[in-house]
Design a binder for this molecule. Structure first.
Ligand code: ACO
Length: 473
């Protein structure tokens, strides 16, 4: 077992600097680990306490009787070298160093010191300058972010702690489930590449998302080579921050990493098969599609809508995002015709008209799912008073579940408050739903790009193996 695997499956966690005072970071992390339901051994370490939050406290990590796999270190930076040395003596596998005050403020010497000590003992360091990590399959929330982390299949690696914390809340609101969340801060030791490799092996992760500010100098080639292997197993979606001149300066003072030229990163991502997102919304839109839907088998896409305008927007978006819209055969056109009023449009986009009710949608979906011409489906709905979006969402989810539909599908529901409820319902039912046609089609576009990328690097049966590994039939 690789040492890093202990991060995901620790038998025991120690919190060094577990505080007795509510409101302190060391208290919050210990409380989150307890309340999120970690099942292994838990050891608070604090020389001034005998018990914290109902757990026996130890004066030092070496005083703990059992083995310790992960030590979360939450003490002021100047005291960390001593604690890392103790971690080494204790045989700790991974030290998760929350403390700030290292290379991000020019204190590179202290950072190098803890890495050197850790290397001497074979301890690996996550951080420093991080908010911790979460791994939901094992009920681990070792962060000082919100307690609740929605469970799912998206892993998020972030160089920004604050952004990670904010996203924890956002993912819950939007019904986006995470397998793991890893704050990497200064990346003094464990970096984005190693974590991605770890997650490529993780059966609970279907897509890896990354907020990246920069890499360590001189690591570009290695990044491309190693990430190229990861992307042949799982999609990786990256948002790269610090693309403007001022943004680059901000990166230097945030995590101390090198933002570098945007064009270089763009080329590196392309070469490594990494999907680039330009905004946080896009990052998770794409991730959601990969987490919930299988990689497309083919490219031919059909749009089913109750609004002509939404259909036109989706058509434009398809053109702009390289999503080929199917030219349906006459036979297929005739079949679609039977699902709509006489004034509907059976071509692609299939316009069921504003008069459409649940029955029209389900009939049209049935035609699309059964047709060998159709590979992918985009379902659009504009709010009308004759069709409650929540009813439609329920019917679609039921149809997909009962028929075990494996054609890649994205949905856009456009409208008011009820639409938002319907979108959340669909997301919970593993069908990615968005508030605009453009977002839905753009997410599908990235899936098709990834499919093409895999096909350019792998044999046909290997692509199918990746597809099945991510979404078993
Ligand atoms: N071993 C074990 N326990 C110790 C040790 C030690 N060597 N030294 C101190 N402690 C105990 C203290 O007694 C205290 O417990 P108490 O509150 O019960 O008395 C506890 O550990 C914490 O020590 P403090 O000295 O009170 O430190 P404080 O909690 O104020 O700060 C911290 C520690 C949080 C690590 C701080 O130095 C720090 O780095 N803060 C920034 C963290 C951060 O923001 N990280 C990046 C996140 S990403 C983002 O952007 C959000």
């Amino acid at each position: 077992m690789s040492v890093l695997k202990a991060l995901l499956e620790p038998r025991s966690i120690a919190v060094v600097g577990a505080s007795r005072s509510p409101g302190k970071i060391g208290y919050t992390i210990l409380r989150n680990i307890i309340e999120y339901g970690f099942k292994g051994e838990l050891y608070p370490v604090n020389p001034n306490a005998t018990e914290i939050l109902g757990y026996r406290a130890y004066p030092s990590i070496t005083a703990i009787p059992g083995e310790v796999d992960v030590a979360v270190v939450v003490i002021p930076a100047p005291e960390t070298p001593k604690v890392i040395e103790e971690c080494g003596k204790k045989g700790v596998k991974i030290a998760v160093v929350i403390s700030s005050g290292f290379s991000e403020v020019g204190n590179t010497e202290l950072e190098e010191r803890i890495v050197k000590i850790a290397r001497e003992y074979g301890v690996r360091i996550l951080g420093p300058n991080i908010f911790g990590y979460a791994y939901t399959p094992r009920n681990i929330n070792a962060t000082f972010g919100p307690l609740e982390v929605a469970k799912g299949n998206i892993a998020f690696i972030t160089q920004s702690g604050a952004l990670g914390i904010a996203l924890m809340g956002w993912t819950i609101m939007n019904e986006i489930g995470l397998s793991g969340l890893f704050s990497i801060g200064n990346m003094a030791d464990i970096d984005v590449v190693e974590l991605s490799e770890l997650l490529a092996d993780d059966p609970s992760t279907r897509v890896i998302t990354v907020y990246l500010e920069g890499l360590k100098p001189g690591r570009g080639r290695e990044f491309i080579e190693r990430m190229s292997r990861v992307t042949l197993r799982k999609p990786v979606v990256v948002i790269k921050a610090g693309v403007t001149k001022r943004g680059m300066k901000a990166v230097a003072s945030h995590t101390g990493s090198l933002a570098g030229s945007d064009a270089l990163y763009e080329a590196a991502f392309k070469q490594a098969g990494i999907i680039r997102a330009r905004t946080i919304t896009e990052l998770f839109n794409i991730a959601r599609a990969f987490a919930q839907q299988p990689i497309p088998r083919g490219v031919n896409t059909v749009v089913i809508t109750n609004g002509g305008g939404a259909g036109v927007l989706a058509t434009d978006a398809a053109e702009l995002n390289n999503v080929p819209l199917l030219e349906p055969s006459q036979q297929l056109v005739e079949k679609f015709k039977e699902t709509m009023p006489w004034f509907g449009s059976p071509k692609n986009p299939v316009d069921l008209t504003g008069q459409a009710v649940v029955d029209n949608y389900i009939k049209a979906l049935k035609v699309a799912v059964e047709s060998p011409e159709v590979d992918n489906i985009v379902i659009l709905y504009c709010r009308t008073a004759i069709l409650d979006p929540r009813d439609l969402a329920k019917a679609i989810a039921e149809f997909y579940r009962e028929n075990n539909v494996s054609k890649t599908t994205v949905i856009a529901f456009i409208g008011g408050v009820e639409v938002y409820e319907a979108i959340r319902y669909l997301n919970r039912s593993s069908i990615p739903a968005y508030p605009t046609p453009e977002e839905a089609v753009a997410a599908l576009g990235k899936m098709l790009w990834y499919k093409k990328y895999l096909e350019s690097r792998l044999k046909k049966q290997e692509v199918e193996a990746v597809r099945l590994a991510l979404h078993p039939a």
